[in-house]
Ligand binder design. Structure first.
Ligand code: SF4
Length: 81
């Protein structure tokens, strides 16, 4: 962690679903800052909340998320279009 942050939550405060989402989605996100889930007061973006809701409503699975990521352009230098 480069900067000093005030720790707001520990691993015990993060539900198993959120932990899996952070590992599966946030760790591939260009906006993810190391360990942000422990110090950001509101670390969940709209896409994160949408994906979690879809998982909770059984409209999406982690296997499908992983499959989508095999085709997603994760290059942070890509041209916006
Ligand atoms: S919460 Fe959203 S913006 Fe933040 S790291 Fe996760 S996917 Fe990226």
């Amino acid at each position: 962690m480069a900067k000093k942050h005030k720790i707001l939550r520990t691993e015990d405060d993060i539900s198993p679903l959120n932990r899996k989402l952070i590992n599966t989605v946030c760790h591939k996100c260009n906006f993810y800052a190391e360990d942000q889930e422990y110090w950001e007061s509101e670390y969940e973006c709209g896409a994160y909340k949408l994906i979690r809701q879809m998982l909770e409503e059984n409209k999406l699975t982690f296997e499908e998320i992983e499959d989508f990521f095999t085709r997603a352009d994760l290059n942070p230098e890509r041209e916006l279009r």
